[in-house]
Design a protein around this ligand. Structure first.
Ligand code: DAK
Length: 262
């Protein structure tokens, strides 16, 4: 079946998944996540594919978050299901037996930052912006952000970004260890391909076992640990709050939210 929200292409042993919703700054709709999952599943054991690149269409955004227009009226039960399904796909990325690199070509906010963090490496263009602004919507990250951000940049800085909702630029992301490298946008794909082609000269079994072993330190990339389970239940609980309704409504109505703390 033809995907609506992503483009896929296999070139030089690499599967390119391009999130292609430029009008919404490549925001991750539920269907987009399903399509990413299906593409990963299809090529998991495909002999011609030795690695994966995930990127966003256009020059402005990697992914500007989960699609706010989709979940603003969600109930806690719907939030739980959506969060669990998203976790499954992001865990699939993290535990993929072939290297997955996020080519971050612009905004990587909320679910976009979480998507990039689920990848094995992140290469950013100079215009990339990272952040977890869910708190501005009366929400918490729902795709692993409360767990993977502290893993990558440490607890203190992670809490600062999660609690303030502040964004950081690519240079700061490099300094904090959120990204592996920063390059001019015109050189982004060249740099990503360089890394992948080097990995392709190594033994694929060892490559997959390194990924598996490193993930084992962080709960095998699945939400067996308390942290991931806690995130799902707390995310779903947010959807029972007036603050969440107000936060998402304010975004969609292009106004400032008036949070009441309920
Ligand atoms: N969702 C839906 N539409 C979005 C969007 C998003 N996350 N981000 C941008 N857009 C849309 C805008 O509404 C606008 O649409 P039109 O008005 O043209 O129809 C279009 O993309 C262009 O955006 P702007 O006009 O705002 O462009 P600017 O250059 O002025 O600003 C921006 C760019 C990235 C600073 C701004 O768009 C922005 O602040 N976007 C929202 C960023 C954000 O808050 N992202 C985090 C979203 S919360 C869940 C699991 C996880 C999550 C949610 C649920 N479940 C398990 C239920 C994660 C939540 C998030 O990611």
């Amino acid at each position: 079946m033809q995907a609506e929200n992503i483009l896929t292409e296999v070139r030089d042993n690499t599967l390119y998944i391009t999130i292609n919703r430029p009008k919404a700054l490549n925001a991750l709709s539920i269907k987009t996540i399903v399509e990413i999952d299906e593409a990963l599943e299809e090529y998991m054991y495909h002999e011609d594919v030795k690695g994966v690149v995930i990127t966003g269409a256009g020059e402005k955004a990697f992914v500007a978050g989960a699609d706010i227009s989709e979940f603003s009226d969600f109930t806690p039960e719907q939030g739980k299901t959506m969060s669990e399904n998203g976790h499954d796909t992001f865990d699939k990325i993290e535990s993929y037996p072939k290297p997955v690199i996020a080519a971050v070509n612009g905004y990587a906010l909320g679910g976009g930052c979480e998507l990039a963090m689920a990848c094995h490496m992140r290469i950013a263009s100079e215009n990339a912006i990272f952040g977890q602004p869910e708190v501005n919507l009366g929400l918490i990250p729902g795709y692993g952000g409360t767990q993977r951000l502290p893993e990558l940049i440490g607890k203190g800085k992670a809490l600062e970004l999660l609690l303030t909702g502040d964004s950081i630029n690519a240079a700061m992301a490099l300094e904090l260890g959120l990204v592996n490298d920063v390059v001019p946008q015109s050189e982004l794909m060249k740099r990503v391909q360089e890394i992948l082609q080097k990995i392709y000269t190594k033994g694929p079994v060892a490559v997959s076992k390194i990924i598996q072993s490193v993930n084992a330190h962080y709960r095998s990339g699945s939400y067996v640990g308390d942290g991931y389970k806690t995130e799902i239940s707390q995310f779903s609980a947010c959807m029972d709050s007036e603050d969440f309704r107000e936060g998402t409504a304010a975004f969609l109505e292009k106004r400032k939210p008036q949070f009441q703390g309920r």
